[in-house]
Design a protein around this ligand. Structure first.
Ligand code: UN1
Length: 488
């Protein structure tokens, strides 16, 4: 079946009519039109969300969790067709799309448990007969701006947490992947119907381009803007939100490195490199972009990576055996060509799609294009002699998302994850930098934007903290022992 036919069939199954609208979607598999959607109304969505908040915040958190539990069930029921639609619209292989939908299911399960664990602290008061505590209250409408490369999972990381935290959700999907968002909204509606009494406008999607995104970002009624995308996008969104004292959670570009030490298990390292550098056609924010390898093992490792890159199956991401699908579009291809020039190897897999062989670029020094994130499968290789030099080189880029080390020397491993080691939000030992589980906090430092999503205590970004001091005595002692009494 052609991507166009298969997309039509899946969309019918989700009850979606994607035949008319201003925003067109093309499959990167063959560049053909697979549907169109209508541009949304940012102002109206914010009005609805603000209204929904007034009711949803009053619903007990475990009951809010029930909605997310139902959404998890809906996702389980259509995991396969939703994954195939993700593949058709964003080009990642079916295995990875199944993983993406699984990530949605996992975060729903996580959020259901979390809905009974939105704990605050009890704090010792310095005053007699006083008690201090903190409470976590719902924050307000949350805007989720998602990128084409994880077109549904990143929304779910945010939405599942926001909903149990008591916040309505507005979703502005990438304009390159509007249809998967419509499919997910069908599941949301099914879950809402089964839930029963959720307020109107609790979960909305607003399709559109940059102008729509900006209107949403600037709207004062949006309490939190959670945006995933390039550093350039974050540079625009961050200050706009700060300007109106809104809260921003930014998950921006990465330039993820791996240090390969003399004692590394090279067979493991090369498998990790293949998945994290070439998987998703190099279009993950966690994609491995730099290998910093000890000179004693560099030749062996580079030879193996070259062999793997030369033999990896590139083609229609729906085909069994394909490990690398197309780049998202021509702009992505041009971005890769800008770096590689004539060395770019375009593969004629499916006419109309931009398929490339992953490239390996050996550099004597870390300068030039290696300092920038090019969203394509280009792996830079740098050699090192001294461990401290490797760590310094690793950290000498503007981005700070994910990182890894391959070593069998526990001292090197511990130093890499110590305060003097990797400066990234994620630092792994003997696994690659990509493919994180939902249970940990996800995000990074420096130009990656500093936000944390998904597991651990990331939920706190979706709530407001309130500190309470309660006096159950008959006196009014002041803190710090201050006396402030009128004479008797
Ligand atoms: C992204 O590319 O924006 O850790 C998210 C990973 C995935 C998420 C990537 N779980 O690679």
């Amino acid at each position: 079946m052609s991507p166009v036919e298969e997309a039509a069939e899946i969309l019918r199954g989700f009850g979606i009519d994607a035949s008319a609208g201003e925003l067109e979607s093309r499959s990167p598999i063959d560049g053909q039109l697979i549907g169109a959607v209508k541009i949304g109304d940012a102002g109206k969505a914010c009005t609805n969300a603000a209204k929904a908040f007034l009711d949803w915040r009053l619903v007990p958190a475990p009951r809010r969790g029930e909605l997310v539990r139902l959404l998890g069930e809906e996702l389980r029921a259509v995991k396969e067709p939703l994954a195939r639609l993700v593949t058709i619209e964003c080009g990642k292989i079916v295995q990875e799309s199944l993983g993406e939908v699984q990530e949605m299911i996992d975060i729903c399960d996580y959020a259901v448990g979390l809905s009974r664990q939105l704990y605050g602290l009890t704090i010792a008061s310095e005053r007699p007969n006083h008690r201090m505590m903190e409470q976590w209250h719902p924050l307000g409408p949350v805007l989720v701006i998602s990128a084409f490369n994880f077109p549904v999972a990143v929304w779910a990381w945010n939405a599942a947490l926001a909903l149990v935290c008591g916040d309505p959700v507005i979703w502005k999907p990438s304009e390159k992947t509007p249809l998967v968002a419509e499919a997910v909204m069908t599941l949301v509606r099914r879950a809402l119907d089964r839930f029963g009494d959720a307020p109107e406008g609790l979960v909305q999607v607003v399709q559109g381009g940059r102008d729509v995104g900006e209107a949403l970002v600037d709207d004062k009624r949006i309490a939190l803007v959670s945006a995933t995308g390039s550093t350039a996008m974050g540079r625009s969104v961050g200050p706009r939100v700060a300007q109106r004292f809104g809260r921003a959670l930014l998950e921006l570009g990465g330039n993820n490195g791996m240090i390969v030490c003399p004692s590394a298990d090279l067979a493991l390292a090369e498998r990790a490199i293949l998945f994290s550098a070439a998987g998703t056609a190099g279009q993950r924010c966690t994609t491995l972009r730099r290998v910093i390898v000890h000179k004693s093992v560099a030749d062996r490792l580079v030879d193996r990576i070259k062999q793997l890159f030369a033999s990896v199956q590139i083609g229609d991401p729906r085909d069994e055996g394909t490990l690398i699908g197309p780049l998202i579009d021509e702009t992505a291809f041009e971005g890769m060509r800008n770096v590689l020039g004539d060395r770019i190897e375009r593969i004629n897999a499916v006419p109309g799609g931009f398929y490339v062989r992953p490239a390996i670029v050996e550099l004597p020094k870390q300068e030039g294009s290696v300092l920038k994130e090019t969203f394509a499968p280009i792996l830079y290789v740098l050699r090192y002699g001294d461990f401290d030099e490797a760590v310094a080189m690793h950290n000498a880029v503007p981005q700070g998302l994910s990182s890894s080390i391959f070593t069998s020397d526990m001292r090197e491993a511990e130093r890499f994850i110590s305060v003097a080691g990797s400066d990234c939000g994620i630092a792994n030992v003997n696994i690659g930098p990509s493919g994180a589980e939902i249970g940990g906090a996800f995000g990074g430092e420096k130009e990656t934007g500093g936000g944390r999503e998904s597991g651990s205590d990331s939920w706190r970004a979706y709530m407001r903290r309130q500190t309470n001091t309660i006096n159950y005595g008959t006196e009014l002692p002041l803190a710090q022992g201050i006396r402030f009494d009128v004479a008797p």
